[in-house]
Design a protein around this ligand. Structure first.
Ligand code: PLP
Length: 386
């Protein structure tokens, strides 16, 4: 048999999946591992889908997505951020932000083009760049700067092959947020070097301290930014698989071309549900955000009390404490914690090399489970540090 593609072979399987294959074989594990809301989709949203199924809405949609959803998204951004995205040609509905990310990379990259990408970052970013023929250029970010990238480091990484900067605030896995000033500096750099900005803002609604800055609203950003967002996190809709991209008509058409030949359209059921989420889901989403915020304080205090230094994440639903004091690597710590204390976390290295010395703890789980997990982590850490 001829070999599998070199690029695919060279890409390691996701560190998260490997770990959760082990977890799924075990009983009574307290999981701080999953990156998805523990809430069910608000009932009104599910009900809208059921009602539409009863009316026979089970067909393909336009490649771009249903007009209703694109119009709702266009209005949403106009009302909330004053952004003008023409629903007909500047918005593409995708199978989650996952597909939108893949399309964005394939639409803009030629072989060998470089994409600057702050790390630790979501597990899909580097593979998506590589699968599209590009070269990821990671910029390590550390706890002493609260995991924020510094614009100077971005500037220093630019070469004649740089095509884009990929940013995502609030961040998975660190929960880091970015100030308006810092984002404006990144936009200014992108403008000066004529780079695309891909901004994955899937956690925008899960911002706890202050207001999220939506990148394309910044002066100089709109034309060059592909804004990615979706319904998975803010509305507890991971399984519905609906995301979208907004950008200039040329890049959205390029992304649509790939989507048209490979996916056809995002599932109609999810698109119907997403319209309902925009129209009536705000309150339910806000209640979830308030609950995450309560959990955030419990987990960060608990981890620090247990001896794992942890900065307060400003967004998303992850804490990213240091485990350096224990003398174990991230992989060793996570594996031993799982087998000895039955608590699942994700090793920081799943999100890039600079994640070594950290673990990702998701607080998309109940306060009761967080408190029990912390008790076990505390016992485990004391065993290691004496
Ligand atoms: N982007 C980030 C930063 C994520 O954390 C995730 C999922 O965890 C995704 C994108 C994928 O989201 P979706 O369910 O919309 O494909």
């Amino acid at each position: 048999m001829k070999p599998i593609s070199d690029v695919v072979q060279a890409t390691p399987a996701s560190g998260i999946r490997r770990f959760f294959d082990i977890v799924s074989q075990m009983h009574d594990v307290i999981s701080l591992g999953v990156g998805e809301p523990d809430f069910d989709t608000p009932w009104r949203i599910s009900e809208a889908c059921i009602y539409s199924l009863e009316r026979g809405k089970t067909h393909y949609t336009s490649n771009y997505g249903t007009p209703e959803l694109r119009q709702a998204i266009s209005e949403y951004w106009n009302q909330h951020e004053g952004l003008e995205y023409n629903w007909e040609d500047q918005i593409l509905i995708t199978v989650g932000v996952s597909e939108a990310m893949d399309l964005a990379m394939r639409a803009i990259l030629n072989p060998g083009d470089e994409v600057i990408c702050p790390e630790p970052c979501y597990v899909s970013y580097k593979p998506c760049i590589a699968f599209a023929g590009g070269v990821p250029v990671p910029i390590p970010c550390y706890m002493d700067n609260e995991f924020r990238v510094t614009p100077e480091h971005i500037k220093a990484a630019i070469t004649p092959r740089t095509k884009a900067v990929l940013i995502s605030y609030p961040s998975n896995p660190t929960g880091a947020t970015a100030s308006r000033e810092m984002l404006q500096q990144i936009v200014d750099i992108a403008k000066a070097h004529d780079l695309w900005i891909i901004s994955d803002e899937i956690y925008d609604r899960l911002t706890y301290d202050g207001r999220h800055t939506c990148v394309p609203t910044l002066p100089g950003a709109y034309e060059r930014t592909i804004l990615l967002n979706g319904f998975s996190k803010a509305y507890a809709m991971t399984g519905w698989r609906i995301g979208y991209a907004c950008g200039n008509a040329e890049v959205i058409e390029a992304m649509m071309k790939i989507h048209q030949y490979t996916i056809l359209c995002a599932p109609i059921m999810g698109q119907v549900a997403a319209v309902e989420a925009i129209c009536s889901g705000y309150e339910a989403s806000q209640e979830m955000v308030e609950e995450y915020n309560r959990r955030r304080h419990v987990i960060v205090k608990g981890l620090n009390d247990a001896g794992l230094k942890c900065v307060m994440p400003g967004g998303a639903f992850y804490a990213f404490p240091s485990i350096v004091e224990t003398g174990l690597s991230s992989d060793e710590f996570s594996e031993r914690l799982l087998f000895e204390e039955k608590v699942a976390v994700v090793p920081g290295t799943a999100f890039g090399e600079c994640g070594e010395g950290h673990i990702r703890c998701s607080y998309a789980t109940s306060i009761e489970k967080i408190e029990r997990a912390i008790e076990h982590i505390g016992r485990f850490v004391s065993k290691l540090t004496g």
